[in-house]
Design a binder for this molecule. Sequence first.
Ligand code: DON
Length: 584
Amino acid sequence: MPTRLRLAMLAASLGLLFAAAPSTADTVPGTTAAAAIRYDYEQDIFHPVYARNGMVATEQALATQVGLDILRRGGNAVDAAVAVGFALAVVLPNAGNIGGGGFLMLHDARTGQDIALDFREMAPERAGRDMYLDAEGKVVEGRSLYTHLAVGVPGTVAGMEHALRRWGTMRLRDVIAPAIRLAEQGFTVSPTLAKVLEVEKDNLGKWPATRAIFFRGERPLKAGERLVQKDLAGSLRLIAVQGARAFYEGPIAEKIVAEMAAHGGLITAADLRGYRVAERQPVAGSYRGYRVVSMPPPSSGGTHIVQILNLLERYPLAQYGANSARSIHLMAEAMKLAYADRAEYLGDPDFVKVPVAGLTSRRYADSLAARIDPERVSPASAIKPGQPQPYESDQTTHYSIVDGKGNAVAVTYTLNLNFGSGIVARGTGILLNDQMDDFSAKPGVANAYGLIGGEANAIAPRKRPLSSMSPTLVLKEGKPWLVTGSPGGARIITTTLQTIVNAIDFGMNPAEAAATPRIHHQWLPDELRVEKGLSPDTLAILRQQGYKVSVKPTMGRTQTIQVREDGLYGYSDPRNPDGATAGF
Ligand code: DON
């Protein structure tokens, strides 16, 4: 038996295997990076977690533990995903949510099908295209982010219930139970969470109901203190007993509507009652023999990942090398072309015709490739004016789960910015999103991520704002091979893309794929954004080629699981010290 396999089996027999950075919150028994099995002992610098029967990768160790417990009890990946979704709403309050929305990608091993579940927020009935403009037609700063007008009709609870009913095996009340316990009994605030609370204290401190949860007196909670969320526990308990109806028609709905009515918000009882999830056909493409399946509109993610991969496939990236100036140049040029299309064509497919087939076709890639000069930078030549990206936070969250039956689930969901609007609907403990900012408030005016848009993403009643969230499955011979995704606003697409390219072209394991510095170009602003860690020589070549290179804060935080013949290999992005991957 090969040494690696023997090591793997030995480690598996020891029980829980955790890796990534050690949790600074409540520590999980058995947490030790040293327990991670080696993927390739001789070649690799970073090593993923190994397990055989099931694996969960999330941004918060307590939520990872919740998902793992469900798998151990015989639940499938969907049961675990729903449990994790509710748990993260408690232990990762800045991004996990029941007051927001998101997307779930599933590979259903029974049928062999891939399904995209859309539980993105919808604009309220009374929303209108000019709702964020003043009398002179100028965008009112902050209105689409920190007011009751910023809130879209939340989709998470409906999405979780739908997924469980369609593909799960357990009862809602059983998968919510751990979240209720965590809300009721509280958990220790980590330095990471304490820092976000400190950064966002002005936004959060404005609202008494929010203050009551996250503040102690005049200041936000600090690391080491306990966060107890009694009202949230109450809301979760209602959902456990009554199902999503409690949220959309019952006592929680009443409180959300009262909150809106008291502060000039738009969401009515009819809006909540009228919320619908959508099962959609994933966007699919092929890349060097693998099948890539990802989120279709109203996300732009899957479409542009496939579009960029179509462009990259014609270049021998493996030969050029990971993060060589040449590979970066080709990636950046392909990214620019894709983001230019994003601004023009992408929106909610229930409202606008999005040319997904065209954008992801090989023929289109051929025509775009002709516009890439392998040596020189093509200027973004401001067709529409770019805007700087004023916000840096990555406050969405992604998690990946694989069970022992061959099911794979990738979920990315969000409140949009940290803690969303910062508004808690009084009496519910539920933070409300500010997803309306993802609409184009005005053609050509950038949103919080510097992304511009036009007609296709204009605001309309019941429309879903365009997203970048990209939960993605890469399949090999029809079976999941890589399950991945990331937060990061506009950078989600390029982060997920690089995870795929790192795995396929450069043969990196999930830990190395995550640890490698990332780059990003979104056409406008015309800037090649990079993380620290690239060689100065490479940066010099890129600058010489004409790139405006900026080294900026980290981008994205992936949660990736790779399925190999000998088992599961996963890793939580080291950019977030609270994340954890665990398996059994
Ligand atoms: O749906 C989207 O694309 C955004 N609302 C995601 C926001 C996000 O990732 C926050 N982090 N930067």
